[in-house]
Design a protein around this ligand. Structure first.
Ligand SMILES: Nc1nc2c(c(=O)[nH]1)N[C@H]1C(S)=C(S)[C@@H](COP(=O)(O)O)O[C@H]1N2
Ligand SMILES: [Mo]
Length: 328
């Protein structure tokens, strides 16, 4: 397993006690919500029965999801968790605004319950389920990840989520499925910038299936032990820590298994600047700026950007033999 436990670093050591306690409320609250899940959700749960993924599925009101301690292996020794005010107050969510401090307020009333997620395409059986059922089906882990946007700022964020791989296994993709495509909610009434031609809405992202199955890829439902705030992609968003932030699509309503490389929002908009892979790479510049350095939120000056955002050992085999300059 790539995320080794570090007995010397506990979540409670790196998190203010208050947040740690709030995290426990979050888990309790999730279970309560799941207990009241909609009928449609209950149907999906039956299809997503325990056993398939080899992991036991906690029942509503049952044992709280286990807490996996974040490993120092994923962080250089001198890196600190970015204060929550920064990571929730400075976001990119173009459905609401292109100004990074605005989604905090503008997304505040996003309705995140009920929230159905559809599974489509090359799967054994298409289905839809409520996000609260996911909270019940998959034990939530806490993982501290380095987070790096293409605009060259970076953060260190403790995400709460479950491995995308576990989710995909339960979807039972067909052998022809080579890519996974994710789609954000399309609802111009709630997301005002979807009335604007800024992007071709809805926002779409994708991963090659083997990338999606990598144990570092997470479906996040929370951060800092609390449910995801709307501006960070509530109620469910992707977190792919070795790629630029734009790959980590927010507020997902559809997961589709396909045999061709998905046309993603940013590559469709500007293919010269934003490729499908978007692996963090200090050696390959963005056409308009270097990617060699980054400004860590809360620090003065810049630090060098690490290959694959510091996850090189874990992920480079996914790209063996590939020209990373061409496949940017
Ligand atoms: N649906 C959607 N997902 C999105 C975006 C967006 O505008 N819409 N912005 C992306 C970009 S550019 C980045 S850097 C990250 C930012 O995530 P954060 O705001 O939670 O740090 O979300 C990504 N996911
Ligand atoms: Mo970004």
């Amino acid at each position: 397993m790539l995320l080794k436990k570090a007995p010397d670093l506990r979540y409670s050591d790196i998190t203010p006690k208050k947040l740690y306690l709030r995290r426990r409320e979050f888990i309790a609250g999730s279970a309560a919500l799941a207990a009241g899940a909609l009928v449609s959700g209950a149907k999906a749960t039956a299809l997503f029965s325990p056993g398939a993924g080899g992991q036991s599925t906690p029942a509503a009101g049952g044992p709280a999801p286990r807490l996996i301690i974040a490993s120092r292996d994923n962080l250089a020794g001198d890196e600190k968790i970015t204060p929550i005010e920064d990571t929730t107050g400075y976001t990119n969510f173009y459905e609401f605004s292109t100004a990074k401090r605005d989604p905090t307020n503008l997304a505040r009333d996003l309705r995140t319950r009920p929230w159905a997620v559809a599974i489509e395409g090359l799967v054994k059986r298409p289905l839809s389920f409520e996000v609260d059922d996911l909270l019940r089906m998959f034990p939530i882990e806490e993982r501290v990840y380095r987070w790096r946007c293409v605009e060259a700022w970076s953060m260190v964020i403790p995400w709460d989520g479950f491995p995308l791989a576990d989710f995909i296994k339960k979807c039972e993709p067909a052998p022809q499925a080579k890519f996974v495509e994710f789609t954000t909610l399309y609802d111009p009434k709630q997301m005002p910038m979807q009335n604007d031609r800024l992007l071709q809405w809805p926002y779409v992202e994708g991963l090659r299936l083997d990338e999606a199955m990598h144990p570092l890829a997470l479906l996040a439902v929370g951060m800092y032990g609390e449910p995801l705030p709307p501006q960070n992609g509530a109620p469910l968003r992707l977190v792919v820590p070795w790629k630029y932030g734009f790959k980590s699509i927010k507020s997902v309503v559809k997961v589709s298994f396909v045999d061709k490389m998905p046309k993603t929002a940013w590559s469709r908009e500007n293919p010269e600047e934003y490729g499908f892979y978007a692996n963090v790479n200090p050696n390959v510049s963005h056409p308009r700026w270097s990617q060699a350095k980054e400004r860590r939120m809360g620090e003065s000056g810049k630090r060098p950007t690490l290959m694959f955002n510091g996850y090189q050992d874990q992920v480079e085999s996914l790209y063996a033999g590939m020209n990373l300059r061409k496949n940017y």
